[in-house]
Design a protein around this ligand. Structure first.
Ligand code: SF4
Length: 118
C-alpha cells in the first residue's frame, strides 16, 4: 500500500531515519540493512508454507540506544565503528540516502543479507 500511495518514503528505526527516497528507490533499490530486512519480511504468496522471514533481535529501549547506529544490535554487518559513531545520511543516488557506514558495500552484501535474515 505504501508503494501505491507514496511518492517519497522515509524508513525509520529507533527514532532515526535509516533511509529515504522515492517509493521506487526504496522498494526496488534499498540500500540500508534494516530496509532490506523489512522488505524481505513481507509475506509472499509464492513462499507456500515457509516460515515468515524476520529480523533477529528486538528494538532497543529508547533509554538504552547504542551510541552509534541504532540498528547495530541487530545488523549482520555491524563493524566496530557502527557501535560507536552514528552514521550520517549518505546520498547513494539523486534523492536517495541511507544512514549506514557500509552503504558503499551493500550491493555486494545484499544476497548474503537476504539469506541471513530468512
Ligand atoms: S551502520 Fe553498521 S550497524 Fe548500522 S546498518 Fe550500517 S552496517 Fe549495520
Amino acid at each position: 500500500m505504501i508503494a501505491e500511495v507514496s511518492d517519497k518514503v522515509y524508513v525509520m528505526y529507533a527514532s532515526k531515519v535509516a533511509e529515504y527516497g522515492t517509493a521506487d528507490q526504496i522498494f526496488y533499490n534499498s540500500k540500508h540493512p534494516y530496509t532490506i530486512g523489512l522488505l524481505n519480511s513481507i509475506p509472499k504468496l509464492s513462499a507456500g508454507h515457509k516460515k515468515l522471514a524476520t529480523i533477529e533481535g528486538s528494538v532497543p529501549a529508547p533509554t538504552n540506544y547504542p551510541a552509534g547506529c541504532h540498528f547495530c544490535t541487530r545488523c549482520a554487518f555491524a563493524i566496530d565503528k557502527c557501535w560507536n559513531e552514528q552514521p550520517p545520511l549518505i546520498e547513494v543516488e539523486r534523492g536517495h540516502v541511507s544512514a549506514c557506514w557500509r552503504t558503499a558495500e551493500i550491493d555486494k552484501f545484499k544476497e548474503q543479507l537476504l539469506s541471513s535474515v530468512v
